[in-house]
Design a protein around this ligand. Structure first.
Ligand SMILES: O=C(O)c1ccccc1N[C@@H]1O[C@H](COP(=O)(O)O)[C@@H](O)[C@H]1O
Length: 213
């Protein structure tokens, strides 16, 4: 299966190496203090400098200010900004223009009404991240290890390339790809041994599951 994978929430060089060696095409660094996967700028910079050419480094941010984005993009050699908050269509356009980097906009899906947002953001973002909505009362807008009803996005396309996210694991990823037709997937907690702790064996097993499909 020729699926591109983003492994998100990397905090150590071991996790970066395991993801690169297993064949991930995108690596995500989380800049969100409430997350167990949060990294400071110095750590992210050191990790990103070791990523080989051809593997995209993604900065995940949640309703960021321009100042926060200036600090991140000024010090960390990133290739893409992932907006994972309540950013408006206008804000997506503004961030793309101001920072000169591709923007991936995350959209939470729990029912058919959410597909409108994907249509709209697909017109302004470079990529879409189609994720589950966070459970009621969750501290995090993503990274909660929950899936949504994949039939909602079965064989759908939008104006921008998209990644499927939300509760993906080595056990369910093949079915998720078969049901949705996703060509790109994104995951975080499904390859962890504890919140924020990536497990190299789970990363390899996840990639093996996709390749064997
Ligand atoms: O992972 C986080 O801590 C996080 C924090 C804030 C916003 C988004 C976050 N994660 C994103 O959510 C997807 C799905 O996560 P999971 O596989 O369900 O655990 C993850 O890949 C990140 O893009």
């Amino acid at each position: 299966m020729d699926t591109r994978v983003k492994i998100c929430g990397l905090t150590t060089s071991d996790a970066v190496s395991a993801s690169v060696e297993a064949g991930a095409q995108y690596l995500g660094f989380v800049f969100f203090p409430k997350s167990p996967r949060n990294v400071d700028i110095a750590t992210a910079r050191a990790l990103a400098l070791d990523v080989p050419m051809g593997v995209a480094k993604v900065a995940l941010v949640v309703d960021p200010s321009d100042e926060a984005l200036e600090r991140i993009t000024g010090e960390v050699p990133i290739d893409m900004i992932q907006l994972h908050g309540k950013e408006s269509l206008e804000r997506v356009t503004e961030v793309r223009t101001r920072f000169g980097l591709p923007v991936m906009k995350a959209v939470g899906v729990s029912g058919p009404a959410d597909l409108q947002a994907l249509n709209a953001y697909g017109m302004v973002a470079d990529q879409l991240l189609v994720d589950a909505k966070p459970p009621q009362g969750a501290d995090l807008p993503g990274g909660n290890g929950v899936s949504f009803d994949w039939r909602l996005v079965s064989k759908r396309g939008w104006n921008a390339p998209w990644m499927l996210a939300g509760g993906l694991t080595q056990e369910n990823v093949v079915q998720a790809i078969q049901m949705t037709g996703a060509k790109q997937i994104d995951l975080s907690s499904g390859v962890e041994s504890a919140p924020g702790v990536k497990d190299p064996a789970k990363i390899q097993a996840f990639m093996n599951a996709i390749r064997a499909a």
